[in-house]
Design a protein around this ligand. Structure first.
Ligand code: LFR
Length: 494
């Protein structure tokens, strides 16, 4: 067995990080090697990811990891996860054809209606079980299929697979990230030819599928030279979709739990052994995303802290007083009147960047609720709205899947937002268990450690290790009880 340290590369929509971890005496010991910004770039009206800039961040991270682990023989393996749905196209020489387009770009507008004409949403859901969101790879392909770039493409690589390919020269498609495309059948865990045909996609553009835990090549000599690592350094496929890795890192006991993976998005749901593909589930817009070890994440996407991030971006650009310091703003939000106005935090109306404080004010106005008067009240409105959406999604997940929920776990960046955790506990009427903030990196590291033989067991054992290593915080439900939340929900009912 190789005992580590292992290196987790975790890229989110607003930042990337490289963490080192190794199991020591039944605990996972983490160290941060590097952190960098992820800033999208608009060119001639199209929003892109700066793919090479992100790759540079990964190389910087590996260089920092090399320096930190010199005395331990360097990292025993590297694993990569990123956000879902986005992809790069390669030509016949393996060169990237243009910068990957950001899922928040407006090119997918109207695509659901186009696809509907060929393959009704009802049928598409039975085939792929995914939430209908404009960001899905399927709708992006529908928008891009007639471009020159697409015609020239010989290979299509999802973001984590693209980075992995650059590091190793080996191309593969990891299953959990593949399940965010809306081209995968969650029952067979293989491509759905009918879903692909609906947008004229040849799934042969994707390299072969591989599972979390599988070997995924080794760092190329040029990467070793560039980062100061000594080879060979294997790359291991992990839950390459960040949400898949995050749910591995949920410190739950047993199976009566819901999770909320919080960051730019809130992903709320339950873990199941098999997908729920009923018509009722489709109408509730639930996704069946594939998880590590044959699991299914039955969840719905909620706009998440994006709403607050975008408000902050705007306020700070305008130098609005009281918004410089996030801690102070959250304290003011905690003192602001609760449930004064709420918005539908599940609505794709909030997907695009820009003008967020005004868009929130408009949403309050159009539902006959008071408009927030200052940043503290807007922040409170956002957090109340997120807690309300968490409540609604978890209640629906429970009902549609039959899985009982006793505890609600919050992992990711939102776990350090005490107000969000408390409001979610109040709204759900259940205890919230918060942390770890770095659940995604934990899940990434543990899958590598297990493949190397450094830890053993199923998800239960991996989660127990997270629990003892990074003890979570408990928020008991309180407040005015759940009827106040039901009344707030009624204000949003059509
Ligand atoms: C979270 C996430 C979500 C996915 C969204 C877009 O980071 O991966 O799971 O729906 O980003 O890719």
């Amino acid at each position: 067995a190789r005992t580590g340290p292992f290196a987790a590369v975790d890229l989110g929509a607003s930042s990337g990080r490289v963490l080192l971890g190794r199991p020591v005496d039944g605990r996972l010991v983490l160290r941060e090697a590097h952190r960098f910004d992820n800033r999208p770039v608009r060119v001639h009206g199209t929003l892109h990811w700066d793919a090479l800039g992100l790759y540079r961040g990964v190389l910087d991270g590996l260089r920092a990891a090399a320096a930190l682990t010199r005395g331990e023989g360097g990292p025993a393996s590297v694993g990569i996860d990123t956000w879902g749905v986005d992809f790069g196209l390669l030509d016949g020489d393996g060169a990237l054809l243009g910068n990957p387009v950001h899922y928040r770009d407006t090119r997918t507008e109207g695509m659901a209606d186009e696809v509907e004409k060929v393959l009704p949403a009802r049928e598409l859901y039975r085939l792929t079980g995914l939430q209908q969101l404009p960001i899905n790879t399927l709708y992006q392909v529908a928008a891009a299929r007639h471009t020159e770039g697409f015609a020239a493409a010989r290979q299509m690589l999802l973001m984590p697979d693209l980075l992995s390919y650059w590091l190793t020269g080996v191309a593969g498609t990891e299953t959990t990230i593949a399940s965010t495309t809306q081209f995968l059948d969650p029952r067979t865990r293989r491509w759905s030819p009918r879903a692909a045909a609906a947008v004229g996609l040849d799934t042969g553009l994707f390299p072969p599928l591989r599972d979390a835990g599988d070997p995924a090549g080794a760092l190329l000599p040029e990467v070793l030279a560039e980062t100061g690592l000594d080879g060979p350094v294997p790359v291991t496929a992990v839950g390459a979709h960040d949400t898949a890795s995050a749910v591995v890192g949920v410190p739950a006991e047993g199976d009566r739990f819901a999770y909320i993976s919080t960051g730019t998005w809130s992903l709320a749901g339950v873990e199941l052994p098999s997908p729920v593909l009923t018509e009722e589930s489709r109408l509730a817009n639930f996704a069946n995303e594939l998880g590590v070890d044959g699991t299914v994440r039955y969840l719905r996407n909620i706009m998440g802290l994006w709403l607050l991030q975008e408000c902050l971006r705007e306020w700070r650009a305008d130098e609005v007083p009281g918004t410089e310091d996030l801690t102070g703003l959250l304290e003011a939000a905690a003192r602001a009147p609760g449930l004064r106005s709420v918005v539908d935090a599940g609505s794709p109306a909030f997907l695009a960047p820009g003008g967020m404080p005004e868009r929130i004010a408009d949403a309050c106005r159009s539902t006959g609720q008071p408009v927030p008067r200052d940043p503290a009240e807007t922040t409170r409105c956002v957090l109340d709205s997120l807690a309300l959406a968490h409540r609604q999604v978890i209640a629906q997940a429970e009902r549609l899947s039959g899985r009982e929920v006793e505890t609600v776990h919050i992992v990711g960046g939102g776990a350090r937002n005490a107000l969000l955790c408390r409001l979610t506990a109040d709204a759900c009427g259940r205890p919230v268990v918060a942390g770890p903030v770095e659940a995604t990196a934990c899940g990434n590291l543990l899958v590598q450690a297990r493949s190397a033989g450094a830890v053993r067991g199923g998800l239960g054992e991996l989660r127990a290790l997270v629990r003892t290593s990074l003890p979570p915080l408990r928020y008991p439900p309180g407040g005015e009880g759940t009827t106040a939340w039901e009344r707030a929900a009624a204000r949003l009912a059509p």
